[in-house]
Design a binder for this molecule. Sequence first.
Ligand code: CTP
Ligand code: MN
Ligand code: MN
Length: 537
Amino acid sequence: MVPLKRRKVFPSHAGNTGTDSSGEKVSKFPQVVLFLLERKMGSSRRDFLSQLGQKKGFQVEEKFSESVTHLISENNSGDEVRTWLDSQDGGRGRTAAHLLDISWYTESIQAGRPVEILDRHKLQEQQTDEAEVVMFSVPSYACQRRTTLDNHNTVLTDALSLLAENAELNDEEGRGVAFRRAAAVLKALPKAVTDMTQLRGLPCLGEHSLRVIKDVLENGASSEVESTKHSERYKALKLLTGIFGVGAKTADRWFREGIHTLHQLKDSGHSLNRAQQAGLDHYDDLNQSVTKAEADTIGEIVERAVLAVLPGAQITLTGGFRRGKLTGHDVDFLITHPEEGREEGLMTKVVSWLESQGFLLYQKITRNSYLEAKDGPARSASNMDRFERCFSIFRLSKVEKKGAKQPETLTENDVKTHAQENLKTHSHTSSQIQRVSGEEEDGSERKQPAGFRPWRAVRVDLVVSPISQFGFALLGWTGSKLFERELRRWAGHERAMSLSSHALYDNKQSRYLRVMTEEEIFAHLGLEYVPPSERNA
Ligand code: CTP
Ligand code: MN
Ligand code: MN
């Protein structure tokens, strides 16, 4: 129990506890501070019951805090309340408050005073054998945790990720992040969760996420996830945002116009921008994941391009593949040069080279949107306008590389025939055709699959950074997205610093912190270094 001295009484939301001469509300029972749990009770009943108690002189708090001595709930088990408490910030799960059934409250109101707490008033908490049930503990920021690809809770994290995705499709960013954070906590656990009690004390698990987890643990699936997954809206928005260049807002507008399929979109007469048209043209390819082998092949092409236009430049694979993923939705590269300034104008040259060689199906070079920001501490560096990126779609030949794993086994003739057919409908350089036809001598007899093309479209992101910002760019483009978000949140909330893919600014010292490596950034942030393979939050 919290030590009970004379307590300053705070006005509560629907307060009517009387007023003393100083205008402060007073409680008739200062040693009793009540909190009514809204969970299962509902907000209107909770308001009603709160006011009723306050009229009788009870102190009923709007928010749960350490000063609460009696927690009242209706239709919740002790474990449910404990789990809810655990999901509250600041480890409130260790509260010493009595966990009581609504019957204690109504009896007390009737009696006009707090009645004695009897066994039947107390919520039953399961006596789980704590030695048998594995309890977990994780720090609350994803950047404080080591999250490998070894996820022991995929069923739960898939469910939560789907709800996150649905929230994002519905332009509910806050909800999306909450589900992403909850999923990330489960990804960091060393074992599969089998029992809700194991989640006690874990951060970021809000009421909604806990409900979903419980549903999955008890019934094998979450009804909310299932109904979302099969809803017309979710299916359509997912299909439409699967088009490169189409975001949630556009997809929503089309959906409301009755466009639910690619067919309907094509028939609608909507004019698509260049990105969307490319996205539609290569829809199937771009929705098929990219393998590590394909990423490596593209890496070699990008390297050839970069070195052709700027010898000495350095290319680093970033994004999911740098974190050790075996597949991805695209391939991400960061390009720099050890001599500051030499990278200027590089992107345009690289893209021209790639284009001249017939490697690009689509490309768009943009400045980082951050540059357009009018202010913000991480802006000032004058070299920032050299930070460029290119969203592109590569035309990856399926027999581009000797020794690369072939998706199809082809005879030399097959390859020749298709390369030539391809030439009729697509513009290639002759060097590419030679490369295609000159390799892969298998000799086996094989029927060519219908509509077979010897190439596929792959999304590729290129970023050029001056060497002075390389550490930040590398950290920023390695992901995962949630890991990045959490790093920035940590920097801001815990260290009064602003982190971006360009810089780290210390608000207390009012200066930029220069670094050469990712390790130095973690050190500045007061975090243990987390290698890329453990940033899979
Ligand atoms: N990123 C970014 N700005 C963007 C897009 C991406 O800073 N406009 C960063 C993300 O924060 C992430 C990294 O680039 O850290 C990679 O993003 P992305 O390719 O979307 O995700 P991956 O983690 O690589 O996942 P996938 O394998 O699906 O590509
Ligand atoms: Mn990626
Ligand atoms: Mn990317």
